[in-house]
Design a binder for this molecule. Structure first.
Ligand code: SF4
Length: 303
């Protein structure tokens, strides 16, 4: 992958020189990382007993109006680090015993991450690498990462273009996310697990059910099932938390009934591979630490 000059790493294609100005993602030239630590609240097949080695990158190429992580997604919070330091962080996480390296919001830094991974592999990195993104990806950027990423963990936020435009300023999100998912499946395909049940390769797609928009969730599930059948894993999330200033339907939490209707629908159309909340019946739980607000208690559907 060529060094960034006029940035087109994501579908925004800002074509800015990030040495001189920031793009829509809020990212400049120097790598910026908000947190790097073992993380125990991803899906169980990613966190396992020892945690997922998460690196939270500052900045985001989606600026969702309901973002629960604004200080980091804006690029405000974080430390500037070098590519060399990032490669050391990967190795330090590996030494801490984590199951994988989990790159959170990696897209605006894809070129530098690739360089850091190459350096870390030369120095002994052997863990699976997870690309944990908002799903708004440029296929060419993903192609440049072919062979580097073991597990793709994208969001799939919207099927409706108007909704994507209103909430994330990205009317082309559905089209871009579909193309990106196809590329991810092409690269990694059907999921593989080790004897401890840890995912070592594959694609797990996350979908946050938004209050008042379960119809869009149903359309997403129909698309995913028709396109990928049992080859893909899905995580249906209910952790939406209204931030101050949210209006209309986004001022509310997701109701239990609305969430249940979506998960029941997923089961009714045949999904077997995935995670969703089932109240107190859930045996395990994960709390996305970066917002500290929602609690999602997944269980493997059909388990
Ligand atoms: S990564 Fe950032 S600067 Fe580059 S195209 Fe996307 S939003 Fe623009």
């Amino acid at each position: 992958m060529e060094e960034v000059r006029l940035c087109s790493l994501c579908p925004r294609a800002c074509l800015v020189d990030r040495r001189r100005e920031r793009g829509a993602c809020g990212c400049g030239e120097t790598l910026r990382v908000a947190r790097a630590a073992p993380h125990f609240w991803e899906e169980p097949c990613l966190s396992g007993k020892n945690g997922s080695g998460t690196v939270f990158f500052s900045g985001c190429n989606l600026r969702c109006i309901f973002c629960q992580n604004r200080p980091i997604s804006s690029g405000y919070e974080g430390l500037d680090i070098s590519v060399e330091r990032l490669s050391e962080i990967f190795l330090e996480l590996q030494s801490a015993g984590v199951h994988n390296i989990n790159l959170v919001t990696p897209t605006p830094w894809a070129d530098k991450i690739k360089a850091a991974l190459n350096r870390a592999w030369k120095n002994g990195l052997f863990l699976p690498v997870i690309y944990n993104s908002g799903g708004y990806e440029r296929v060419e950027t993903l192609r440049a990462l072919r062979g580097d990423i073991s597990i793709y963990l994208p969001d799939f936020k919207y099927m409706d273009e108007a909704l994507a435009e209103r909430l994330s300023g990205a009317a082309d999100y559905p089209e871009q996310a579909k193309r990106a998912l196809a590329e991810m499946m092409e690269q990694r395909g059907r999921a593989v697990f080790d004897r401890d049940g840890m995912m070592t390769r594959g694609v797990l797609v996350r979908h946050l059910v938004l209050p008042g928009h379960s119809d869009d969730s149903v359309k997403f599930l129909d698309y995913l099932r028709a396109e990928y059948r049992d080859d893909i894993w899905v995580s249906i999330m209910n952790q939406y938390t209204p931030m101050p200033g949210m209006k209309g339907e986004l001022a509310n939490r997701l109701s239990v009934e609305e969430y249940r209707a979506v998960t029941d629908y997923a089961l009714s159309i045949g999904f077997k591979n995935g995670f969703f909340q089932e109240g107190e019946a859930a045996a395990e739980s994960f709390v996305p630490e970066w917002n500290g607000l929602g609690v999602l208690s997944p269980r493997q559907s059909g388990a």
